[in-house]
Design a protein around this ligand. Structure first.
Ligand SMILES: Cc1cc2nc3c(=O)[nH]c(=O)nc-3n(C[C@H](O)[C@H](O)[C@H](O)COP(=O)(O)OP(=O)(O)OC[C@H]3O[C@@H](n4cnc5c(N)ncnc54)[C@H](O)[C@@H]3O)c2cc1C
Length: 422
């Protein structure tokens, strides 16, 4: 199947029959909007064809998640400074074919050739704009060395993007992916919570609500250090002013002397449950949360304690630190009781697992078995391997669909002896 056909489904993948009507309305609205634009006719025809197939796929409910196979080259058409150490990259496919729709909240995976002698570095970045016909956008925060450790190197992927990528650079991109996205079939009121660079998927969702779902209400709680660290300030101001159904609440934890409450931000402090309770009449919302480890570690349990059902709390963690600090579905110890044997077929190694590693990936690395990995958070799929014998369980929900005999080593632990094709 070619990428064009695969591409049609990213917006329809999880739609059931209930979502078809809503999708039909969206299709009609988009057609009307497109008709008023001055795009060339061929492009319009292609877009309509794509939408028609999207509907077809929704009806067939095909469980396909990828919009294209493997990597696709994209040209950087603009690089925009959004805040201190924060840049957006606008991406257009070099093949000139249309862009498949993604679900707001999903991310792209990049193969970054930071060192030509080594395998590309794999990194994930959320799509920060709403789905558009002509470009994707990601927004990347430069990862400085940890505080007090200035001799350590800056983050490899983010420094490569910030320092070596500019307009006209080509990037190798895997298809949009991820299970953290707005449910297209649910019109219930939303609370979108984004802090720091975790605002990227949240902004994509807010933008989509504003432009495609005027009947859905959303409170957006966004937290930053201060105005210097606040990306998309103007966008947020505009969305808040122009869309009745969207309400932004901006928190600054360390406002600068010139930052004014009421003008630059709404609340001094962090985005926390106390702030939510000040502004929300009840906990009866669908919650989408993305932010740094500290916020994720407190916000998700606080929402549960406030009585929000588990199925109404959706969250994305950008890295292993935040994943670990949110209570996983089960701990490593609960799953892997007692020692067992882990065989890595391709590495010709059979090793004793004592249960004191967070994941099979950590275990393999500690034993000198090199495995592929990307996000280390169960999202990007780079560490996916086949399980040839035995069982592997995941300590958190994988961010992509897996076959029965597959596991993600970055969040997988053995349940007894296992044989992995790795
Ligand atoms: C689904 C998903 C979506 C994401 N979306 C976004 C997004 O929209 N925007 C965004 O900016 N990021 C996003 N991320 C995070 C992103 O993928 C990267 O993890 C992030 O850019 C850091 O990667 P890096 O290669 O720059 O840093 P890494 O090289 O992974 O380093 C991480 C940190 O470790 C430090 N370090 C380096 N060496 C050492 C050492 N020896 N000891 C201790 N510390 C060390 C570095 O200085 C750095 O601070 C997302 C992640 C996921 C999983």
């Amino acid at each position: 199947m070619n990428w064009q056909v695969l591409g049609l489904v990213s917006g329809a993948t999880l739609l059931g029959v209930a979502g078809l009507q809503a999708l039909g309305a969206v299709v009609a609205a988009r057609r009307r909007a497109r008709a008023s634009q001055t795009h060339c006719e061929a492009r319009q025809v292609e877009f309509d064809r794509q939408l028609a197939k999207e509907l077809q796929w929704a009806r067939a409910s095909k469980p396909i998640f990828k919009a294209w196979e493997g990597i696709r080259p994209f040209q950087v058409t603009a690089v925009v400074d959004e805040a201190v150490d924060c840049k957006s990259f606008y991406l257009v496919p070099t093949d000139g074919h249309p862009l498949p729709r993604f679900e707001p909240g999903q991310f792209l995976t990049f193969n970054l050739p930071i060192d030509p002698r080594k395998k590309p570095l794999v990194r994930c970045y959320s799509l920060s704009d709403r789905p558009r016909e002509d470009y994707y956008r990601i927004t990347v925060k430069f990862a400085h060395p940890p505080q007090g450790n200035s001799r350590l190197p800056a983050g490899d992927g983010s420094s490569y993007l910030h320092r070596r990528i500019d307009v006209d650079s080509i990037l190798e991109v895997q298809a949009p992916r991820g299970a953290f996205f707005l449910d297209p079939t649910d019109n219930a009121p939303l609370v979108l919570i984004g802090s720091g660079i975790g605002i990227t998927p949240i902004l994509s969702m807010a933008n989509t609500i504003a432009h495609e779902r005027p009947d859905q209400r959303a409170h957006v709680f966004a937290g930053f250090g201060n105005s210097g660290e606040h990306p998309f300030r103007e966008t947020m101001r505009q969305l808040n002013a122009e869309h009745e159904n969207l309400r932004f609440d901006i928190s600054y934890s360390r406002p600068m002397p010139a930052d004014q409450v009421g003008r630059d931000y709404d609340h001094r402090g962090y985005v926390d449950l106390a702030r939510l309770k000040q502004l929300l009449p009840s906990s009866n919302y669908r919650f989408y949360v993305c932010g740094p480890a500290a916020m994720m570690a407190t916000m998700v349990p606080a929402l549960r304690a406030w009585g929000v059902p588990k199925q109404h709390i959706h969250y994305e963690a950008f890295g292993p630190a935040s994943v670990n600090s949110i209570a996983p579905t089960r701990t490593t110890e609960e799953i892997a009781r007692g020692p067992c044997q882990v065989e890595f077929l391709l590495a010709h190694a059979s090793l004793a697992w004592a249960g004191n590693h967070e994941s099979l990936l950590d275990f393999a690395e500690s034993q000198g078995v090199p495995l592929d990995y990307g996000c280390r958070a169960g999202n990007c799929g780079q560490c996916l391997v086949s399980v040839k014998a035995g069982n592997v369980e995941h300590v958190k929900e994988p961010g992509l669909p897996l076959k029965k005999d597959q596991c993600l080593t970055c969040i997988g632990v053995p349940c007894g002896d296992v044989v992995l094709e790795a």
